[in-house]
Design a protein around this ligand. Structure first.
Ligand code: SAH
Length: 232
């Protein structure tokens, strides 16, 4: 349980009651959800699959994967987020098994138990992303999928994800992201390969502040998603 930054958990806990408000600090996650869900589903064909969502927060992605017919487990170390996630199931009528457990502990207890593992917008908030990647790989069955998304680290991502999103457009509260913790795609790919995964897809996610439209594109300069497979 040591791979956790308490100040990161506190940061998300303070906002927890807003998780399902599509016009709150979590608006960007609501807005990008259909895009990432479609991309994950195209790769992993979620219907009927056992999926674990690592760092699930209030369950925006978890619930949408359940809606696609997956049997979803969501884990996070934020108690408040999980409480909100469980409460929201009463409203949505969907089924997700939410658990307060570290990714590394879940992996030790349930190795190779899942057809797909998702870990979105979470790696840039933990002390050791490599350890989370390792745990995600361990959770996947041979032939299973592991999906990550995070923020690239360069001048452009600093300008867009920190200055643009937090200061200029105020899409996110100040201090949401710590530039030093951003991860280059090559670094994430190296964590994945060290964990025995094959990288099979890398896409960028862009935001146009004029049209307010998010899109999946080749440009991985700021936000990006990576799909990996565990060899069968
Ligand atoms: N994956 C969700 C939420 C992203 S927000 C989505 O994309 O919609 C980041 C989440 O990571 C928060 O819910 C926070 O509580 C969680 N988190 C941060 N550090 C963590 C850790 N060490 N272990 C598990 N969850 C963590």
């Amino acid at each position: 349980m040591s791979n956790v930054d308490a100040s990161e958990i506190d940061k998300f806990s303070e906002l927890a009651h807003h998780w399902w408000d599509p016009n709150s600090e979590f608006k960007p996650l609501h807005d990008i959800n259909p895009l990432r869900l479609g991309w994950i589903d195209r790769h992993a064909q979620l219907a009927g699959k056992r999926v674990i969502d690592v760092g699930c927060g209030g369950g925006i992605l978890s619930e949408s994967m359940a809606d696609k017919g997956a049997e979803v487990t969501g884990i996070d170390l934020g108690e408040k987020a999980l409480k909100v996630a469980r409460l929201h199931l009463l409203e949505s009528g969907r089924k997700v098994d939410y658990r307060h457990i570290a990714a590394e502990d879940m992996a030790a207890q349930n190795p190779a138990a899942f057809d797909a593992v998702t870990c979105m917008e979470m790696l840039e908030h933990v002390p050791s992303p490599a350890s989370i990647v390792q745990a995600c790989a361990q959770l996947a069955r041979p032939g299973g999928w592991v999906f990550f998304s995070t923020l690239n680290r360069n001048l452009k991502s600093y300008a867009f994800a920190v200055l643009g999103a937090e200061y200029l457009l105020k899409l996110l509260p100040r201090g949401t992201h710590d530039y030093a913790k951003f991860i280059k795609p090559a670094e994430l790919a190296s964590f994945a390969r060290d964990a025995g995964l094959e990288v099979v897809d890398l896409v960028g996610m862009t935001y146009n502040p004029l049209t307010k439209v998010y899109a999946l594109e080749d440009d991985t300069g700021v936000n990006y998603l990576m799909a990996c497979r565990k060899p069968a």
